[in-house]
Design a binder for this molecule. Structure first.
Ligand SMILES: Cc1cc2nc3c(=O)[nH]c(=O)nc-3n(C[C@H](O)[C@H](O)[C@H](O)COP(=O)(O)OP(=O)(O)OC[C@H]3O[C@@H](n4cnc5c(N)ncnc54)[C@H](O)[C@@H]3O)c2cc1C
Length: 569
């Protein structure tokens, strides 16, 4: 009996240890999680820039990890700024969408004790390449889950992770204006800019305006330019004219999964260079800097327009007017125009339809057929036109600031010109069902021109509309309620959009993270090569985020434990 028992015990022990090696280290596993001394050693290596994470709103709670944390004055401050993006992008671990922090330790939940939830356990507030290398090496060697955070904008929660070490890249603010970028391996010679990976759109638009130039970046001032945004492709107000953000990239520097600092461009590490232009953040390395083409800051004109269902004579006419707006999209984006609009039940707001490099008269000529189409339906609307001498002036005047700090789930659909040209009625119906079902829509009208050789989902080049349809999830919603919303998104709203737009797709930066078909939706024909590159540069899976390339090899289990799936690489 005894030998059998001991055999069983040792078999059990070996199977447990085999299981643990199949999983990343977890703080509840004394055997796998690094010791306090090892963390202290890492802190020394990064010159004191490692911090044990205390959730950003702990001051609104009685205690964290058994330590008293409540501080009324600080809590009031946090509550007042939770809805503002800068609170989150200036904090090493805070993220903008509470769904992904699971409302753990959120400022609205006073009083109580709070725990770490989905926040990382430690964060390196990186200021040098060596800091990043130390963080990556530590995570790889000790099997600790690694996440990367820049601004924390990610709608899909990919800049946080339970039981992890995080590297915060937002402090990389290098800037170097290059008058004449000249790399014989590219076809481009001309003005460029090298930026650290922590730069945000609004700041860089201002910097470049001083020399009369600009770049392609997002419509929201706070969104990063050189972090997750550009690695996922990145669309923006100048995209119909100059392409996706990543189409302008000339060079990346990054720290790879092996801890090596490399340059990737058209002549070296070319596979990584390709993958980092569309293949998504948190996949191939920690980007340190990006060199981008710059463009003359264009004079712009713009149209703004809003109408309600009441104003146009009822709901059917309201949706018919939206259909007419979409019908104009293919021609508009082919002329370099970009639209940002919102649809709530019975209310449409377009702010703005931006026309870079066009005079107001030219824009009026382009928009007249749309207005005539409306008049033919008996709908008389008077848009406002605007004209600015440069891009920054129009950006400041027409793009509103955006908030954060709510619990929200996002999905989106990349709709192609052919869908509008061939079956606009079905597209309008998908919008209508989604809004009338209770989702609010943030729409983008954008059509980046063709661009060879990047990992951006190829269908973007045929794209014209990218509606994001968002669902608010109540703070403290039960798991059952969350599942209901996720299933409703997948089975009702995604389905209605997918049925209306066969061959369309999602967007890796603003998509439905629970879409079971994410590989095809986010990456399309680029996925097979992206996966090969991922396996080559990160065979151990040091970098992981849900729906990132190669993420199917790992899954997040209870408590945030990251374990291998049974999918063979
Ligand atoms: C209000 C708002 C407006 C937006 N507007 C636009 C828009 O106009 N156009 C558009 O295309 N998208 C837009 N987005 C979506 C945006 O592209 C994504 O949220 C994107 O992930 C933001 O990148 P970030 O680096 O700022 O954010 P983060 O949340 O910090 O990071 C996003 C992802 O990139 C990874 N990452 C960040 N930095 C690095 C790095 N240095 N190296 C490797 N991986 C990194 C993170 O791990 C994470 O997976 C918007 C989002 C919001 C919330």
């Amino acid at each position: 009996m005894l030998p059998l028992l001991s055999l069983l015990t040792s078999l059990l022990a070996s199977s447990v240890s085999a299981q643990t090696t199949q999983c990343k280290a977890h703080p509840t596993d004394a055997g796998s999680w690094p010791t306090t001394q090892q963390w202290a050693q890492l802190n020394q290596t990064v010159s004191g820039r490692l911090a044990a994470v205390i959730p950003p709103a702990a001051a609104c709670h009685n205690s964290f990890n058994g330590q008293p944390t409540y501080n009324q004055a600080r809590c009031t401050q946090i509550r007042n700024s939770w809805g503002q993006q800068d609170f989150h992008f200036n904090d090493p671990v805070s993220i903008m969408w509470d769904y992904w922090s699971n409302n753990t330790c959120a400022p609205s939940q006073f009083p109580g004790s709070c725990n770490i939830g989905t926040y990382p356990v430690y964060v390196v507030k990186a200021q040098s390449v060596a800091d990043v290398q130390a963080g990556v090496n530590f995570a790889r060697e000790r099997g600790v889950r690694l996440v990367i955070k820049n601004t924390g904008h990610d709608f899909m929660g990919k800049s946080t992770g339970a039981a992890s070490l995080s590297i915060w890249t937002h402090l990389f603010k290098e800037i170097q204006i290059i008058n004449n970028y000249n790399d014989p391996s590219t076809t481009y010679t001309g003005p460029a800019i090298r930026l650290g990976s922590g730069w945000q759109a609004g700041d860089i638009f201002k910097e470049l305006d001083r020399i009369g130039r600009t770049i392609v970046a997002g419509e929201c001032a706070g969104v990063g330019v050189t972090g997750g945004y550009i690695q996922g492709g990145g669309h923006g107000p100048l995209s119909s004219l100059y392409g996706m953000g990543s189409d302008s990239v000339l060079q990346y520097t990054l720290v790879t999964a092996s801890g090596t600092y490399i340059t990737a461009d058209a002549s070296q590490n070319t596979d990584i260079f390709w993958a980092l232009r569309g293949g998504g953040g948190a996949s191939f390395g920690v980007v340190i800097s990006v060199t981008l083409k710059t463009y003359p800051s264009p004079r712009t004109s713009a149209m703004t327009l809003s109408f309600s269902s009441q104003q146009v004579g009822g709901n059917d006419r309201f949706w018919s007017a939206i259909g007419a707006f979409h019908a104009a999209g293919p021609t508009w984006v082919e002329n370099g125009l970009f639209g940002y609009y919102e649809i709530n039940p019975g209310q449409f707001t377009l702010q703005p339809l931006l026309a870079p490099n066009k005079t107001q008269a030219e824009l009026q000529r382009l928009t007249e057929p749309f207005l005539q189409n409306l008049r033919n339906q008996g709908i008389n609307l008077t848009p406002r036109y605007h004209e600015h001498s440069n891009f920054l002036a129009s950006y400041n005047a027409l793009f509103a600031g955006e908030g954060s700090g709510v619990s929200m789930l996002t999905s989106s659909r990349l709709i192609l010109k052919s869908h509008i040209r061939n079956n606009n009625a079905a597209v309008t119906n998908a919008f209508r069902r989604t809004v009338e079902g209770g989702r609010f829509i943030v729409g983008h009208m954008v059509g980046p021109p063709p661009y060879a050789d990047s990992a951006v989902n190829p269908i973007w080049r045929e794209g014209v509309l990218l509606p994001l349809y968002n669902a608010f999830v109540q703070a403290g919603a039960s798991e059952q309620e969350k599942q209901r919303i996720i299933q409703e998104t997948n089975n009702v709203y995604d389905k209605v959009f997918k049925d209306a737009t066969p061959g369309g797709g999602g967007y890796v930066n603003e998509g439905n993270i629970f879409d079971p078909n994410w590989k095809q939706e986010f990456y399309g024909a680029a996925y097979a090569r992206l996966y090969r590159v991922k396996r080559e540069v990160d065979p151990q899976g040091v970098f992981w985020a849900k729906t990132a390339v190669g993420s199917e090899l790992w899954e997040e289990r209870v408590g945030g434990r990251l374990c291998r799936t049974n999918i063979q690489p």
